[in-house]
Design a protein around this ligand. Structure first.
Ligand code: PRT
Length: 106
């Protein structure tokens, strides 16, 4: 999974500044953060609908769209996927109780 996301991150970075008529990623990046965030929200909604419909095939496709659009938004904001994965790794190393306490500021 990590390899797939890192490859996709490279592809997205390579599309920056490309001809928007030739590349969906280039067209989305050219529209800016608001559009990229809006697309992520739409894909999240479609993912929820597929899950509630208990449609596994649709859920697989919508989840892929969701991850892809999250990667575009992260690229737009300059946040490397490695930083997100490192945050997940960090949480894995923290016990549930301690993590909840640290989040609530206790
Ligand atoms: N993984 C994806 C991927 N998933 C979904 N999509 C596109 O996301 C779009 C979402 O569909 P929608 O109907 O919601 O959007 P739309 O109506 O086309 O656009 P809006 O007017 O709503 O903005 C579709 O055009 C899909 O083709 C993707 N486009 C690209 N990739 C990856 O990005 C790479 C680079 O793509 P290009 O930039 O197109 O070369 C590809 O090789 C893929 O690996």
């Amino acid at each position: 999974m990590t390899d797939t996301l890192l490859r996709l991150e490279k592809t997205i970075a390579a599309r920056r500044g490309a001809d928007p008529s030739m590349s969906y990623v280039a067209s989305l990046l050219a529209k800016g953060t608001k559009k990229a965030a809006q697309k992520l929200g739409e894909e999240a909604t479609e993912t929820i609908i597929a899950a509630l419909a208990e449609d596994a095939q649709a859920l697989r496709g919508e989840a892929a769209d969701l991850l892809f659009h999250l990667m575009v938004l992260l690229a737009d904001r300059g946040v490397p996927i490695a930083d997100v994965l490192a945050e997940l790794d960090r949480r894995e190393g923290v016990s549930g109780h301690a993590e909840k306490a640290s989040r609530s500021g206790d």
